[in-house]
Ligand binder design. Structure first.
Ligand code: MOS
Length: 713
């Protein structure tokens, strides 16, 4: 049997997607379906004084309206989701009259059509007792957060940074900022809630956290967990959104209860800016010092970021600054300001993307101050171990990434002096580079594997396909473990009735669900071998097996979890180095011409899918560097560019020539095949590589993203 692991297989779900037969959340049709539209606040701070529904109630097609007056008493979100500074809202909707941001959900109108519901919602008259909102970071009072997405505290010190800085031969002290950004997947959020019985709820939702959503909904309505079923077979992009506790799912379910019909609620684009999280604004101050030999002697990374009044989520910018480079004196701190804006949450490498932007720019600035080549500077400060946790790396081939990347890119052709390279059309050429890093996580997961009489194998897990290739990679694991053709495997996901899987985040899916699938298939094979000595090769042998088994299906269930000892002994990260060439024209427009990235992410399961993920990640990074910015109005707190015409995201026309390569060596301390999850690492480092290249092209150091033309001319 030809192994599929390591082969560039195309997506097994590709045909269903391009032919339109892949069913996304908004496309589920139910009998007697009604449509919901949200009633949203138009002020950012205050209280609701009065809600006038008289016009909305008599509008064409209206079936029912849910507001605070007739909302069920939702139970609070489970403590584990809100107590530890986790993302998402910490208060359930419609339980009080307080308003904290523009767009907060005040109710839902249900009508026969989407258009009628939307129209009726516009007729709802809300009177407020409004107060001036706090929208500006400068005016807010920063406080010290304690928890970071349930992770360890990110306030830490080792050595003596002041002493290090005092002795430093070269130093910089600079401030970077990154704006609020929104995930903006093509597929907006959609929920269809249907009460199959008075105490049984079925929800089709675009979510990358079906098990978590099941818990949230069951808890809010006081239902047994098994009475709530969440289904999501495909997701049209998530990038950090579509998980966590937001109020729309509860509103749709309560509305369906009210009108006794299935209710579908689908967000418009503007609601993707105010109703399902966003990346927080960050200000990051870097004080760095190096000695005469270009060795770091001090790293201070102080972050101020924002959150909403109703939850505590701290963008963990400083985490990587503690260990990406070798340095005896390191101090990392985070402060939080609460603004009248919607609640931030993880987005496309939360913490790492903005944090590494600042770190890798600061390093570039210090390298320039010390007159050392940026790649050479990083090599001089190479961390041979994780100096924060005091552990060896599980494996780290970053040196090879720098070397191969520099060689492929032609880094040696870089003329050192900024502003000294020109293209034929007169634009300035800049070469920039940065390091990429992302934690290599693994979570608990389960899978069942079923052998059918016809020789096909079905594997099930309550995981998700967020567009990254789960429907392809998991069958690869199954087929190779069983030694059968991949065509005989069907992988099913996206149903809360399937065995456990965590939220899809943190780039851990492959390393998490892979071991569960491999484990289940291994046990299935063992069971078959016990019965008949070997895996059946033809229908006669298959018939013999099932006669022996005395059942129509042979099924096993396997649970996997991270190896605690290994996790305690080693520090698990993926690494990469990326190099970009930008051209900057007289109008200050930056074009990314080439991008070379070399990554060490353990064993590559499918290099084609991996390349796509890294390409997408890098493009998001270029987008973050040059375009993306959510702009709240200083006075009203209203987002002024909540649409894709004014909020720019990199598109095909912005795509450079990519050269993406992998070290492809298995991590000996990761389970089974030694694969570390991939995805988010693609964005990490990309904004800094661009900013560093723009500096090299123009001599201008832009420290506030995005790098728009006005900042260059
Ligand atoms: Mo990532 S935004 O941690 O899924």
């Amino acid at each position: 049997m030809n192994a599929t692991i390591g082969q560039p297989l195309t997506r097994l779900d590709g045909r269903s997607k391009v032919t339109g037969t892949a069913t996304y959340a908004a496309e589920f049709q139910r009998p007697h379906l009604a449509y919901g539209a949200l009633i949203q606040s138009t002020i950012a701070n205050g209280r609701i004084a009065k809600v006038d529904l008289s016009s909305a109630k008599v509008a064409p097609g209206v079936i029912g309206i849910l507001t605070r007056e007739n909302a069920p008493r939702f139970k609070r979100y489970p403590d584990k989701l809100t107590k530890n500074g986790a993302p998402g809202e910490s208060r359930v909707p419609l339980q009080d009259d307080n308003v904290y941001w523009v767009g907060q959900h005040l109710g839902i109108v249900v009508a026969e059509t989407f258009e009628q519901a939307t129209h009726a919602a516009s007729l709802v008259g809300v009177q407020y007792e409004a107060q001036a909102p706090l929208v500006s970071v400068a005016a807010a009072h920063p406080t010290q957060p304690e928890k970071f997405i349930g992770r360890e505290s990110l306030q830490s010190t080792r050595g003596d940074v002041n002493a290090g800085l005092a002795d430093a031969a070269h130093k910089i002290d600079v401030l970077y900022s990154t704006p609020i950004e929104n995930h903006n997947p093509i597929e907006t959020i959609s929920t269809t809630a249907e009460w199959e019985a008075p105490d049984r709820l079925l929800i089709h939702e675009s979510t990358r956290g079906i098990k978590q959503l099941q818990t949230i909904v069951a808890n809010a309505f006081g239902l047994p967990l098994e009475n709530v079923r969440i289904v999501c077979k495909f997701i049209g992009g998530a990038f950090g959104s579509k998980a966590f506790q937001w109020s729309h799912t509860l509103l749709a379910a309560a509305a369906a209860q009210l009108v006794k019909r299935p209710v579908k609620l689908t967000f418009g684009r503007s609601q993707m800016f105010d109703s399902a999280g966003q990346r927080a604004y960050t200000e990051q101050r870097f004080s760095l010092g190096a000695d005469n030999s270009g060795k770091l002697v001090a790293v201070r990374h102080a972050t101020i970021t924002h959150c909403s009044p109703v939850s505590e989520y701290t963008e963990p910018c400083g985490r990587m600054s503690r260990m990406l480079y070798s340095c005896a004196n390191v101090e990392v701190s985070h402060k939080l300001v609460r603004l009248n804006l919607t609640t931030p949450c993880p987005m496309r490498a939360p913490g790492e993307a903005p944090g590494i932007f600042a770190l890798e720019c600061a390093l570039d600035e210090l390298a320039a101050a010390a007159n050392v080549d940026p790649v050479e500077f990083r090599l001089r400060n190479y961390a041979e171990s994780d100096e924060h946790d005091n552990k060896p790396w599980s494996s780290k081939k970053l040196r090879e990434c720098y070397e191969r990347g520099a060689q492929k890119f032609g880094w040696s052709k870089r003329v050192k002096e900024p502003g000294s390279m020109r293209a034929a059309d007169g634009s300035q050429i800049g070469f920039g580079m940065a390091t990429a890093i992302y934690p290599a996580g693994q979570q608990k997961a389960g899978a069942i594997a079923i052998l059918n009489r016809d020789g096909t194998v079905v594997v099930r897990c309550a995981t998700h396909e967020i567009g990254t290739g789960t429907y392809t990679a998991m069958p690869q694991f199954a087929a190779d473990t069983l030694g059968i053709p991949i065509e005989k495997v069907r992988f099913e996901l996206g149903d809360s009735q399937f065995p456990e899987a965590p939220n899809n985040g943190g780039s851990w899916l492959t390393a998490t669900v892979g071991p569960a699938v491999i484990g289940a298939c291994r046990e299935l094979k063992q069971k078959v071998v016990q019965l008949v000595g070997s895996w059946p090769n033809d229908s006669t042998q298959m018939a013999n097996l099932f006669a022996r088994a005395g059942q129509n299906q042979i099924q096993v269930h396997f649970n996997s979890e991270p190896n605690k000892e290994e996790r305690e002994k080693f520090s698990f990260f993926s690494f990469g180095a990326l190099f970009v060439e930008v051209h900057v024209d007289v109008l200050g427009q930056v074009r990314v011409k080439r991008a070379v990235g070399v990554y060490d992410m353990g064993r590559m399961i499918n290099p084609l899918l991996a390349r796509s993920q890294i390409m997408g990640g890098m493009l998001f990074g270029f987008s973050m560097a040059l375009m993306e910015s959510t702009i709240p109005d200083d006075v009203t707190g209203r987002i002024v560019n909540a649409n894709l015409a004014d909020y720019h995201i990199a598109v095909h026309a912005d795509t450079p020539e990519f050269d993406i390569d992998f070290i492809n060596e298995p991590d000996p301390h990761m389970p089974d095949l030694g694969a570390r999850g991939i995805g988010e690492i693609g964005i990490v480092g990309a904004p800094a590589a661009i900013a560093n290249a723009v500096f090299h092209a123009t001599g201008k150091r832009v420290r506030d993203l995005p790098i728009t033309p006005d900042k260059l001319i």
